[in-house]
Design a protein. Sequence first.
Length: 440
Amino acid sequence: MEHFYLGFEYFWCFVEAILFTMFFKHILGLNEKIKLKVYVVLSFLISIVVFVLTILEIRQSYRMVIGVSIYFVYSLLFKGNLNDKIFYNLIFNLIQIAAEILTMNLLRFIFKIPAAEMVLLHGTARLITGLIVKLIKYKLIKIIAEYVKPHKNILPRKYNLFVWLIYMISAISMIFLFDLNRVAGEVEGLDILLIFISGTFLFINGVVYLFLTELNKHYIKQKERAILDMHYKATGRYLKMNQETNLEIRKIRHDINNHLANIKNLASTSSNNRINEYINVIIENMDNFPITIRTGNEIADMVLNQKRIEAVNNDIAFKVKAVIPPDIPINPPDFSSLLFNSIDNAIEACLKIEDKSKRRIEIVINPKKDYLNFEISNSINKDVQIRRGITSKKDKDSHGYGLFILEDVANKYNGFIDHEVLNEEFKLYMAVSLNGELPV
């Protein structure tokens, strides 16, 4: 009979591991690079470790800390960023702790079981208690999995740290409430107090989560407004550049007509040397013409040449190696916004470098397979921290969303964006799909 109950004890440990796996699968999703059987095997191994800790009768609070650590390492195998994994680990463990405290104290209160006997339950009583605990956990996890969905968190770090601190304090406090279970029956009213405290912790954390969600929605709306504003500005800049280019072309056409007339006059009245001197002056003037970068794409040429002038005026070495198809399935405002914001970010970073000889921007753009690939690198100050939504400009309401805007455009065209900082250099990688029609 003892083996039968031990089997059920292990079964509850395995159920807990499966609940954790199901919770993270539903919330964050499984990693495609990891086979399903790996998750099953790891759930099995984790349940064995927790079972061993249980039968060794290690102090419950210590066992909980060890279990939390094991499950956190396991959660790293799922999708999602580290922030999400920390957050949902805290949520899961809060559910687990609260379920056990509430169940134990409710049963003790209803059946008037002394605290010492409740902790040492064996046999059928322990089996029934375990069943109730797991059912409560399952119900709570199912509710939370339905209503708590992962969202794009763009809150400033200080808010995230504040929320994590609240959750961690709650989790640690509730772990130590386990120890109070041992003496709850010896102190009158303590069992009711523990139930009240557990419920209060859950309520507070629920309110904090709702506050975090609403605050994040506000920041997302603010970001969307800023991105839309930046798109409008990029469109305006594109139209202005188009007008300036057309005006410049008309000037060149007018100058060429004048030059041809002068050359014709020189040919009839002067020597070849005078004609050659005049032609050399024309060539020299053409070399100073602002359109010196030619990629094959009119929009890219306009933006890159304008940014080259801006970079040169600020003592920034500006190097471009680009081949871009003349017709690409990207709306002109989006394409100009992609170029403007990526290069603006690079120029802004270079301007922070006091040593002007170290200011450098290199741009490589070329089509590869079905994507147009961008690699933009620029020098940066040592120990700089690159974070989305952060700007050093005075107008923080309309700036600081450079990387957000780039990500928005890349996603719109089934692309991606990534970046890295290495040896005082920031590198931005982008790719947008060349397949498909222009989005409406």
